[in-house]
Design a protein around this ligand. Structure first.
Ligand code: 6GU
Length: 234
């Protein structure tokens, strides 16, 4: 899978992907991430990429010309499945969307800044607009990093344990159960006995039950009616 990213702070972006799981995915050739500096595509003096908005008002807007230059130049080499603009007024990103995007071949992410980007870019090039939550960030870069991380770890071969991505919180609309590792007793705090029993079906039952209890307590909004009924019965 290939993800191209257009940003005005490319060096900040690089650092997100230079470590841990995602760098391993890149080394293994499972994920290609390329970051492009919007300033390389401006014909304006001093690398100008933003300007005051028509109609007045505070805040600069990323200009149409450098963005269209960048998008059209990248489109010459790659057929994108989606051109995604990261913006607080986009559709909310969640696990289901990460799953769907992880099945695509080529994505182009556009990071906004300041007041946003000229609407004509959104109308004529962008195919999807995504927000990572109901709060405002100073730029789309952190949101892009969130999305690349969430997608990247789903790609086959990226995680060592093939099943673990499927066991995550949210994959089945349940939060993950608690986990423990050695030592079995620390300062008198014991690991639940069931986990030491070696009875795998009982352990799975316990984990499922813990997931449901956690979800009910912390995120009842995730439980659909069917799951709520299942909990009510137990
Ligand atoms: Cl994608 N961008 C910005 N600037 N702020 C956000 C966001 C994106 N998602 C939530 N807040």
């Amino acid at each position: 899978m290939k993800i191209d990213i257009i940003s005005v702070v490319p060096r900040l972006m690089e650092s997100f992907f230079a470590h841990s799981i995602l760098s391993r995915a890149r080394e293994k050739g499972l994920l290609e991430v390329n970051i492009f500096n919007l300033r390389d595509y401006t014909g304006h003096k001093n690398g100008q990429v933003d300007d005051y908005q028509f109609g007045g008002g505070a805040g600069l807007v990323l200009m149409i010309e450098p963005l269209v230059n960048a998008i059209e130049s990248l489109k010459k080499n790659t057929q994108y499945d989606e051109i995604i603009f990261l913006t607080p007024d986009g559709e909310k990103f969640e696990q289901r969307k990460a799953n769907a995007l992880s099945l695509k071949e080529n994505l182009l992410l556009i990071c906004g800044h300041y007041k946003g980007i000229d609407q004509r870019v959104r109308d004529n090039f962008v195919t999807k607009e995504i927000s990572i939550g109901d709060y405002v960030l100073s730029g789309g870069e952190i949101a892009a990093a969130v999305i690349v991380d969430a997608i990247g770890r789903l790609l086959p071969g990226v995680l060592n344990d093939e099943t673990s991505a499927l066991m995550d919180s949210f994959q089945d609309k349940l939060l993950a159960p608690p986990v423990f590792t050695r030592p079995e007793v620390f300062r008198g705090w014991k690991v639940p006995e069931i986990l030491m029993s070696g009875n795998h079906s009982k352990i799975e039952e316990w984990r499922h039950d813990q997931s449901q209890q956690r979800t009910k307590e912390r995120r009842p909004d995730l439980l659909d009616e069917g799951q709520q009924n299942e909990i009510a019965r137990t």
